[in-house]
Design a protein around this ligand. Structure first.
Ligand SMILES: Cc1ncc(C[n+]2csc(CCOP(=O)(O)OP(=O)(O)O)c2C)c(N)n1
Length: 387
């Protein structure tokens, strides 16, 4: 066989969802985005969604606002700790607070969350200590917390794998006849993974009580969503045989409503739902990333105008709440959480090196024992201060 001209591969230009910040790109007209609070803080009404948040008055909204502000502060503190050499790495969540707080607040204690590495606000709502979250990123702990204490698995780094875990767990719930559901958090990039597609097929086939919560933050590291999805992600759900919901992920109220609705459907045997929460990652992918290399300032500025915190604050103002006093309270709570976190992390004892072998397998095995012995001999070389 002879080869003639080399094949020219070219990267297609993204058509939409290219993260440009232009709503026309990320929200095509054929895919309405459910919204209850617009970017100016105006309360929009939706007869289908309103009943799901009928219990949310000004006090409850203020409570949601408190969570949004506190988790943003914790995230900023974690970024600062990484920059100061106290953490090896940190994946910031800034911009995605409403998607995470709104969806996690919809969960019952008996539900179970399976997340990726960016769901710090979900962990916060599930009662995980922020220091337990950060200890892993410092290298001080092999894992974060006891999943059964919080109804939340520890973060998954393998993109999309947690969707399979959530589906399997949900199938188990159904077989047990439990009145509970699971939720899988993943990003827009994860939707291109085989694992996610397999999870969607299984969940639909078995009517598993699972909610697929995709945070479309417009970027998979440096890859814009439009490059791997020519159509809105929520529309994929139809092909799998489940409802697909596209919600404004920067609107905490709308996210709460759609997630409550989807969880209720799941718990009542109605099967899975795919939610696409349209949001934006304001910071870098991780502290090892430099987003200025692949996206422009205008894009970030456009999304800053849709800040999830600002719109709740604006709505609270129009509801007659004394927002200045609320802000003082909330800022004090946020500063306290950040100071506690800094103290806990910077005083964390280093783990004994040999504990790295603990919890790898439930039972000892010869291969691990050999590695352990070798490592013990290596460490012994340093005992008398030798190098
Ligand atoms: C199976 C697998 N492939 C590749 C990676 C490397 N990787 C880490 S994060 C990431 C992008 C994920 O993007 P997305 O799913 O949109 O989530 P986001 O980080 O934006 O929250 C990739 C490819 C990985 N961790 N796992």
């Amino acid at each position: 066989m002879t080869l003639s001209a080399p094949i020219a591969y070219s990267r297609p230009e993204p058509e939409r969802g290219d993260g440009s910040g232009d709503p026309a790109h990320s929200t095509p007209p054929d895919a309405p985005m459910l919204t209850l609070v617009d970017e100016h803080g105006a309360r929009l009404h939706d007869p289908d969604l309103d009943p799901w948040v009928a219990d949310i008055g000004p006090d409850e909204l203020a409570d949601l606002y408190r969570d949004l502000v506190v988790v943003r502060r914790i995230d900023a503190e974690a970024t600062a700790l990484q920059r100061q050499g106290e953490l090896a790495l940190w994946p910031p969540l800034a911009g995605q607070e409403a998607a995470q707080i709104g969806s996690a607040r919809a969960l019952a204690a008996s539900d179970f969350a399976f997340s990726s590495y960016r769901e710090h606000a979900v962990a916060w709502v599930r009662g995980v200590e922020p220091a337990d979250l950060l200890a892993v990123w410092r290298g001080s702990a092999p894992s974060g917390w006891n999943p059964y204490e919080h109804g939340m698995a520890v973060p998954q780094i393998i993109i999309g794998a947690q969707t399979l875990h959530a589906t399997g767990y949900a199938m188990g719930l159904a077989w047990d006849g439990a009145d509970a559901a699971s939720i899988a958090y993943f990003g827009d990039g994860a939707t291109s993974e085989g694992d996610v597609n397999e999870a969607l097929v299984f969940a639909a086939s078995f009517d598993a009580p699972v909610v697929f919560f995709c945070q479309n933050n417009q970027w998979a590291i440096s890859e814009p969503v439009g490059l791997q999805s020519k159509r809105p992600l929520a529309r994929r759900a139809d092909g799998f045989g489940m409802p697909g919901v596209r919600v404004d992920g920067n609107d905490v109220l709308a996210v709460l409503a759609v997630t409550r609705q989807a969880l209720d459907r799941a718990r009542r045997g109605g099967g899975p739902t795919f939610i696409e929460a349209v949001t934006y990652r304001m910071g870098p992918h991780t502290t090892a990333d430099d987003p200025t290399r692949y996206r422009g300032d205008d894009e970030l500025a456009a999304w800053r105008r849709r800040d999830p915190l600002a719109r709740v604050r604006a709505l609270l103002e129009t509801s007659g709440m004394d927002v200045a006093s609320l802000d003082r309270d909330v800022q004090a709570a946020a500063d306290r959480a950040a100071a506690d976190l800094r103290h806990a992390i910077t005083t964390l004892a280093d783990p004994a090196p040999m504990t790295v072998f603990d919890h790898v397998y439930a039972e000892p095995n010869s291969h691990l024992e050999r590695q352990k012995a070798r490592y013990a001999r290596y460490l012994a070389m340093f005992e008398d201060g030798a190098r």
